[in-house]
Design a protein around this ligand. Structure first.
Ligand code: NAD
Ligand code: UDP
Length: 343
């Protein structure tokens, strides 16, 4: 297939582009580089020996997007582009609604004009809000609790309505749990700007000496060791889920929702211990207060993806930590050598 990947220079996008190329697909990436570095795609080219057509385009520029589709001949679109920081979405809700929701409207309108009606969308387990009715199934009611999560919920609604209005559309809404890890080569990985919001990149930066210690956000949750439990999934397993969804959509129309998780929860303490083992050094931590809005436990029921797509996550927490460490230790400042200066 010829696949347009929005946000393909980013963390999950770059790994998925790599897997698409390895599977023989042709890939065009659009990204405005708001939260990424084109170096990721250069390294994907180096790893695969194949070229990636990269266009620096903002999804908010509807005309430029139409130009991308004119003569593009795409069979499908995988749509990663979006802003994703929960805390920032609370302080800058309008830029999140504009970027994520309006960006998606522009994309879908361009697709309509070009008669490309096969779309895989990056949704998130955050659409389930603080529900602790685990494991979370695709039928768990949606109840996002912050503007970022609400953009995902709104986009899911918009895309479902589009699919409902025109039966020619094939749409996959993929609800990711907690993506971590990196390609086993250590050449591409997650490169957060500033202080990481998420646990794994923070732990990795402590292990590599960029930060002093991890603060555990609460140790009084009703979990086995008192710390929060999440469903961490290796980014290469997640990328594979997109290829499985594309295969499924190749000959089916309709709108489909799948959880992409492992079905297994790990606590913050388990993650810190697993990372320490992978890195061969102790990761110092302290116990702090709970982070507002956090739920105690979140993990997926991934059985629908297995039944429909034949997909399931293969890699365990030890392998996630080993590969995350492989990337972090080989690239302590991320893609840009002077990344420390940006902190
Ligand atoms: P990322 O920030 O690394 O990648 C997103 C990419 O989109 C970046 O390269 C950014 O420059 C680009 N982008 C943003 N706005 C754009 C615009 N208007 N036009 C063009 N490009 C734009 O994030 P990621 O972790 O790779 O996440 C990819 C997708 O998966 C996002 O939609 C995110 O919300 C979703 N998601 C991520 C996680 C996670 O924990 N990483 C979890 C669930 C869902
Ligand atoms: N967490 C933590 N310290 C940190 C970052 C995260 O203790 O510096 C905890 C957080 O409270 C949650 C888990 O780690 O229990 C995963 O947090 P993350 O932000 O990575 O994912 P999310 O909570 O959005 O699922």
């Amino acid at each position: 297939m010829k696949v347009l990947v929005t946000g393909g220079a980013g963390y999950i996008g770059s790994h998925t582009v790599l897997c698409l190329l390895e599977a023989g697909h042709e890939v065009v990436v659009v990204d405005n580089l708001a939260n990424s570095d084109a170096e990721s795609l250069r390294r994907v080219e180096e790893l695969t020996g194949r070229s990636v057509d990269f266009l620096q385009v903002d999804l908010l520029d509807a005309r430029a997007l139409d130009d991308v589709f004119a003569g593009g001949g795409f069979d499908a679109v995988i749509h990663f582009a979006g802003l994703k920081a929960v805390g920032e979405s609370v302080t800058k809700p309008l830029s999140y609604y504009r970027n994520n929701v309006v960006g998606t409207l522009n994309l879908v309108e361009s697709m309509e004009k070009a008669e490309v009606r096969r779309l895989v969308f990056s949704s998130s387990a955050t659409v389930y809000g603080a529900s602790e009715n685990v494991p979370l199934t695709e039928e768990t009611p949606l109840d996002a609790t912050n503007p970022y999560g609400r953009t995902k919920e709104q986009i899911e609604d918009i895309l479902s309505d589009v699919g409902h209005a025109d039966a020619r559309w094939s749409i996959a809404l993929l609800r990711y749990f907690n993506p971590v890890g990196a390609h086993e080569s250590g050449r591409i990985g997650e490169d957060p700007q500033g202080v990481p919001n998420n646990l794994l990149p923070f732990v990795a930066q402590v292990a590599v000496g960029r930060r002093e210690k991890v603060t555990i956000f609460g140790s009084d949750y009703p979990t086995a060791d008192g710390t929060g439990v999440r469903d961490y999934i290796h980014v290469i397993d997640l990328a594979g889920g997109h290829l499985s969804a594309l295969r499924f959509l190749a000959n089916k129309t309709g709108t489909f929702r799948w959880n992409l998780g492992t079905g297994r929860g790990s606590s913050v303490l388990e993650v810190i211990h697993a990372f320490s083992a992978a890195a061969g050094r102790l990761v110092p931590f302290e116990i702090g207060p709970r982070r507002p809005g956090d739920s105690a436990v979140s993990y997926a029921d991934p059985s629908a993806a297995l039944a429909d797509l034949g997909w399931s996550a293969q890699r365990d927490l030890a392998s996630m930590c080993a590969d995350h460490w492989g990337w972090q230790s080989a690239n302590p400042g991320g893609y840009s050598a002077d990344a420390r200066a940006k902190d």
